[in-house]
Design a protein around this ligand. Structure first.
Ligand code: DHK
Length: 147
């Protein structure tokens, strides 16, 4: 069974301390545990990077290895055409995830490049929302396998 890839972008390593009024107090380690709990016996690869190059390299790895991608691209959501181009090469389902409701925030957070490839977008559910992201990704994978 191919693994689910959960990819996290810049500054998310500071979750728990970072702007708790926006991102809450759940740490990234706790987010990983939430994802693994929700994935059950499905293999899961969980990564975080502050580097655009590394995030793109992880998407390239997922192109060959993953059943689906759950990605919180963080600030690269709004800046990286290169990330969009990388995601376009992935044939499996992509779920875009944001802890905060980006559409309720400043305009700089409104236009997502990643949404131009994502099959679904979840935003504003807090860190606990990663569990719903995993369930949505598994659902999209299974639906494709039924076709
Ligand atoms: C995380 C970030 O770092 C911001 O750049 C995004 C996203 C929102 C989040 O809500 O998870 O705008």
């Amino acid at each position: 069974m191919k693994p689910l890839y959960v990819l996290n972008g810049p500054n998310l390593n500071r979750l728990g301390k970072r702007e708790p009024h926006i991102y809450g107090t759940t740490t990234l380690t706790e987010v990983e545990a939430i994802c693994r709990q929700q994935a059950g016996d499905r293999p899961l690869v969980f990564r975080q990077t502050n580097s655009e190059e590394t995030l793109i390299d992880l998407v390239h790895e997922a192109i060959d290895e993953a059943a689906g991608i759950l990605i919180n691209p963080a600030a690269f959501t709004f800046t990286s055409l290169a990330l969009l181009d990388a995601l376009k090469m992935f044939e499996g389902p992509v779920v875009e995830f944001h802890i905060s409701n980006i559409h309720k925030r400043e305009p700089i957070y409104h236009r997502s490049y990643v949404s131009m490839r994502a099959d679904a977008v979840l935003a504003g559910l807090g860190s606990q929302g990663y569990a719903m992201g995993i369930t949505a990704l598994i659902d999209l994978i299974e639906k494709r396998q039924q076709v």
